[in-house]
Design a protein. Sequence first.
Length: 310
Amino acid sequence: MTTPVWRHILRGIKSIFVTPPLGTGGTVSAQYCYSVYLRHLVIADQHGLATDPHTIVELGPGDSIGIGLMALLTGAEQYYAIDAVRHASSATNSLIFDELTKLLTAQTPIPSGGEFAEILPKLDDYRFPTKILNEIRLSQFLATDRLSRLRMALASDLVTGPIRYLAPMGRMHDIPVNSVDLIISQAVMEHIDQLDETYTECFRCLKPGGFMSHQIDLRCHDTAPEWNGHWKYADLTWRLMRGGRPWFINRKPCSTHIGLANHAGFNIHAEIKQSVSSGISRRQLAERFKELSQSDLTTAGVLVLASKTA
C-alpha cells in the first residue's frame, strides 16, 4: 500500500523533535559486504584500474564496517570509514569479520540472486575473482598473524591505527592529501547534501593514479509510488518531508554526479547506468526538474568509476 504524501510530511515534522533510531538496513550481513566489495574490484579490474589498494576510504558504511573489513582482508593496510551517524557496533563488526574470513578462505562465489538480486552493479560472471585474488595473495592476506593484528585493531577505539571510524559527522578533511588509493561507496552519494564539496574532497584525498568507485541509487527511496516520483515534489513539500533527519536523499540526477566529478578534476572511466522506462512522465516533474534530460529521467542508478590522473 502506497504511503500518502501527508504521512511522509508528518514523519518529517516528527523527526524535528524525535531523534531517529540508529540503523540503515544496509551492510548487515557478511555476504552482502563480500558481494559489494568484490563487485567493485571486478569492475575496476575490467577498466584497467589497480585492485590492490593500500589505503581505502569508505563513505557511509552503515550498520557495519564490513566493506572496509573486506578491503583489509584482501590486502589493504589502512581503512577510513566516514559517516554522519555512528551506526556500526563492535559486536557486529567482529561477527562480520569472522564470517568474511571464512568466505574468502573458501573462495566463495560472489553472492547474487535471491536476497542479493538487488545488489548493483550486475556482473556477467559471479565466480570468485581468482585473477585478482589468487592463492598466493590470499595466503598472504589471510595469514594467522595478519588476522590477529586486524582483530586487535578492530577491538581498539577505532580512532588510531589501521581502522579509523570517523563518525558521527565524519569529515574527509581529517584524511591527508594524496594519501588514498581507493574511495568507495554503495548507495550513499544520493544521501549527501554537500556533493560539490564531497567530490572535491575525494579528489584531494586520492593519490595520483588512485580512483573512486561509487554505486549511486537514484530512486525515490520509498518517498513516492513511482521509482522517480521524488522529482515531482515542490521544494516546500520536500523540505517538510525531510524534516530534521540528518540524512535523506538529495534528488540529484546522474548528470549532476558526473558533472561534479568532472569539475573536481576526475577522469571518468565508466558510467554503468541502470535504466528504467516506467515512472512519472515529464509533465509531472516539479518546476526545478523540468529540464531533466531523458537520460536522467530514466536512470535509476549508476556506477561512477573515476580516477585522479597521475
